[in-house]
Design a protein around this ligand. Structure first.
Ligand SMILES: Cc1cc2nc3c(=O)[nH]c(=O)nc-3n(C[C@H](O)[C@H](O)[C@H](O)COP(=O)(O)O)c2cc1C
Length: 368
């Protein structure tokens, strides 16, 4: 399933549905969901959203945790779990397994939210726990549901330690290992370490486990030449994060769409079609639109999809320039929403006063 594929990386915030769909529309082979923590997923309820034909996992307070469109992502969606507990990992995986094509465990994220409770890259320091989570997932989720289990790791500081970890991971029965070719201490701006990928590959290959490499891959063209340059076989796959966050079309064979306004339009259309959380859409647009374009500021001022649509309509489709200044419109919208908020508060106050008066009258009646 994973062999030789070029994939969209798991990315918290950035890897939501519209990004995944845009990547798939542009030649991406497999998409990872953002990491979702086991305990959070377990608390969700699965609903079929009849308005847009999506499957939604939501918390009791209505917060959407995960959305997928089965007929668009089927066969291509890997769900990433954050866990430091074999039981919780299984419980969480069982919750979504019917709607996804594979379950991945995050053992590579060095961010505080992940490692503070022993998850993500922290699992690299507890290999027994890491392997027991994976074995549990394989025997209790992967095998009975015929879905592959995989893991995403980082390199350890010493080559020999990385290789023996890979050997142990392969023995758990997983089907794929993604290696982010940086150590836990390295930042994304640092050049990845690719010296001994072939040694990692040989171990994986001997266990029939596929290998995906990650780190500073820009697009499909660069990935193909990188494989050649490093003398890596064609069945090694690649995974792209940051480059795909600013341009989810980098998977196509030509290095991706170059014009940010074209990517922006495609992204907005998908976000609106699939009812993406507006805050998330704005976050993604802040990654797609260059900070020096006036459109960046206009989008930052939008409060809802109507306003965003207005801004979208005043951008020249041919060159991304602005056809008219939307400031007056956006300002009037702010005034309108302030007015609406005031009316809402007044109504609320009136309601409360009426209720209090009714209560007083009621209690008087009772006394009589
Ligand atoms: C916005 C963002 C969110 C990320 N979230 C996750 C995550 O949820 N799970 C994970 O394993 N890695 C996460 N990562 C790390 C990436 O998947 C990837 O390993 C890293 O960025 C290196 O790839 P790149 O050089 O192509 O950016 C995230 C990276 C970014 C930029």
């Amino acid at each position: 399933m994973y062999r030789g594929k070029l994939c969209l990386a798991p990315m918290v915030r950035a890897g939501e549905l519209p990004t995944r769909l845009l990547a798939l529309q542009n030649g991406c082979d497999l998409v990872w969901s953002p990491e979702i923590i086991d305990k959070k997923l377990i608390k969700t309820q699965r609903n079929v959203n009849k308005h847009i034909n999506s499957i939604d996992y939501t918390l009791e307070n209505g917060t959407l945790v995960f959305r997928t469109i089965p007929n668009l992502e089927k066969g291509k969606l890997i769900f990433q779990i954050g866990s430091a507990d074999p039981e919780l990992a299984v419980e969480a995986a069982l919750k979504v397994v019917q709607d996804v094509d594979g379950i991945d465990l995050n053992s590579g994220c060095p961010k505080h939210f992940s490692i503070h409770s022993g998850m993500g890259a922290a699992l690299l320091s507890t290999p027994d726990l890491l392997c027991s989570i994976l074995s549990n997932l394989v025997t209790r989720v992967g095998t009975p549901f015929a879905k592959p289990i995989s893991v995403k790791i980082r390199l350890l500081p010493e080559m020999k330690d990385t290789l023996s970890l890979v050997e142990r991971l392969c023995a758990t029965g997983i089907q794929n290992i993604t290696v982010h070719c940086r150590t836990r201490e390295m930042r994304n701006r640092e050049h990845p370490i690719r010296d001994y990928l072939l040694d990692i590959y040989k171990i994986c290959h001997s266990h029939k486990v596929s290998l995906i490499i990650n780190g500073a891959i820009k697009d499909r063209l660069q990935f193909n030449s990188l494989r050649k340059e490093l003398n890596l076989p064609d069945d090694i796959g690649g995974m792209i994060a940051e480059a795909a966050e600013t341009n989810p079309t980098v998977f196509n064979g030509t290095g991706g769409i170059k014009e940010w306004w074209v990517i922006m339009n495609k992204y907005i259309n998908l976000a609106m079609l699939w009812d993406n959380n507006f805050g998330n859409t704005k976050y993604m647009l802040s990654r797609i639109i260059p900070g020096k374009s006036p459109v960046f500021q206009y989008v930052a001022r939008c409060k809802d999809y109507d306003q965003l649509k207005h801004v979208q309509n005043i951008i020249n489709e041919k060159n991304g320039t602005v056809l008219e200044d939307p400031s007056v419109y956006l300002q009037s919208m702010v005034k309108n929403s302030k007015k609406k908020a005031k009316v809402k508060v007044k109504r609320q106050l009136n309601k409360e006063t009426t209720t209090t008066t009714e209560d007083t009258q009621q209690s008087k009646k009772v006394k009589v």
